[in-house]
Write a protein that binds this ligand. Structure first.
Ligand code: V47
Ligand code: SF4
Length: 392
């Protein structure tokens, strides 16, 4: 139940639009929305209508609980054999002096910086470097786990994995099993972009396609690894491409149940080959989250990634279906600062995350990568830094 006990049933029954009313009734009856209904919502639903319904779904699933974790990223390199038009971060191998390439020891040194600190997850994602192969990354994972066995290693998108496995001439299952044996525990959601080839061919033509992406996640689920899924929205795609993307994920989730979180990623237009495309408005962002919550009925969690969205907008999403805002990050990722995000040095302390969540009357819960609860901060008074005094 929301803090102000919003009567969403009344909103639905008072709707003047018969189609929106029927969709609202389906949501309240916990029935699955069809493809056409997903598109209809994008085309017709106001933010307040979609938002109230999404908030209802969120509260049915999680009450006021809002999850975060203590994590950091390692980006092994920004050298990349691919040339996605939306990417502000990568550099071609021919220009590698403009980028970075970390060795195994340098990556373990990053992990060592957190010795004695209660971080629970390292997120490893980067460009696709032609010389960083499967054995290299198996070694990286093994050394990290040797140093800190309790740290959950979540890493590598199907874009990186597909390239590594093809080069090593191993099957997806063999490759994933070898990485799992070294200590890889789950996959992040990146590399999904927009699955439909009509859009994918225009924004990231040369990397793994939808079928390849889905196959790698399906295989990961089959060997006991959980994963996340993203969607890069707000550029040249139409609403139905978004629904098509979510539909493919929803179908795979019906089969495997291996996805934890869906993460819509707002296209940021700083310094890339799509900079001429305007970014989506905050209202469109919130509608995106709300409709994702309504459509993705078999995904337990919906995440707003604050380094990409900015912390205040991430806070706003908690009223539009979102129940997770990722983690502390500790200024360890450059993907979004290089794409023009307002978060140029993304770091939030646990206190700041807890404050952010409490300011909008939600219940902060620290989780591990797989959503096991580490600590509920609802009744904990921290000496919180003031994020915005008006809201405190
Ligand atoms: O796949 C790249 C995106 C993704 C831009 O699983 C951009 O917990 C917007 O997937 N504008 C990588 N997006 C990041 C990612 C991720 C992040 C946080 C948490 C998790 C998780 C996964 O970043 C890429 C691509 O879709 N991206 N450039 C850009 N200009
Ligand atoms: Fe390479 Fe990933 Fe950037 Fe595409 S989004 S160019 S695969 S780093």
């Amino acid at each position: 139940m929301s803090p102000d006990n919003y009567p969403v049933e009344e909103l639905v029954s008072a709707s003047q639009n018969t189609d929106l009313k029927r969709i609202g009734e389906k949501v309240l009856d916990k029935q699955r929305l069809s493809f056409d209904e997903g598109v209809f919502l994008f085309e017709n639903a106001s933010l307040s209508y979609a938002g109230a319904l999404a908030n209802w779904v969120r509260e049915q699933l999680h009450g006021n609980k809002t999850y975060f974790n203590r994590n950091f990223h390692i980006e092994p390199t920004n050298i990349c054999v691919f040339s996605c038009n939306f990417c502000s971060y990568s550099r071609l191998y021919a220009h590698r002096e403009e980028g970075w390439e970390l060795g195994v020891n340098e990556m373990v040194d990053i992990v060592k910086k957190y010795d004695g600190q209660p971080v629970t997850e390292v997120h490893i994602v980067g460009g696709v470097h032609p010389k960083m192969d499967l054995n290299f990354f198996i070694n990286v994972i093994r050394e990290i786990k040797n140093h800190r066995p309790d740290l959950h290693v979540k890493g590598f998108t199907p874009v990186e994995l597909d390239y590594m496995f093809r080069k090593a001439k191993v099957s997806t299952e063999d490759g994933l099993r070898r990485m799992q044996a070294a200590g890889l525990q789950s996959l992040p959601g990146g590399g999904a972009e927009i699955f439909h080839p009509e859009i994918r061919q225009q924004i990231c033509d040369d990397k793994v396609d939808a079928e390849g992406w889905l196959h790698i996640h399906k295989t990961a689920h089959s060997i006991g690894m959980q994963s996340n899924a993203t969607m890069l929205y707000g550029h040249i795609e139409k609403f139905w491409h978004r629904v098509d993307h979510m539909e493919r994920l929803r179908q795979l989730q019906d089969e495997t149940g291996g996805f934890n979180t869906f993460i819509p990623l707002k296209f940021r237009n700083g310094d890339n080959a799509m900079s001429h495309i305007a970014e989506s408005s905050v209202v469109e962002d919130m509608r995106m989250y709300a409709i994702a919550r309504l459509y993705m009925d078999n995904f337990p969690h919906l995440k707003a990634y604050w380094p990409m969205l900015g912390r205040q907008n991430a806070q706003l999403t908690l009223s539009f279906g979102v129940n997770d805002i990722d983690g502390t990050i500790d200024d360890s990722t450059k993907i979004y600062s290089m794409a023009g995000s307002e978060e140029q040095t993304p770091t939030m302390s646990t206190k700041e995350l807890v404050t952010l969540i409490k300011q909008v009357k939600r219940e902060p819960v620290e989780r591990d990568t797989l959503y096991n609860v580490i600590k509920n901060y609802n009744d904990t008074t921290l000496e919180e830094p003031v994020v915005n005094p008006i809201l405190n």
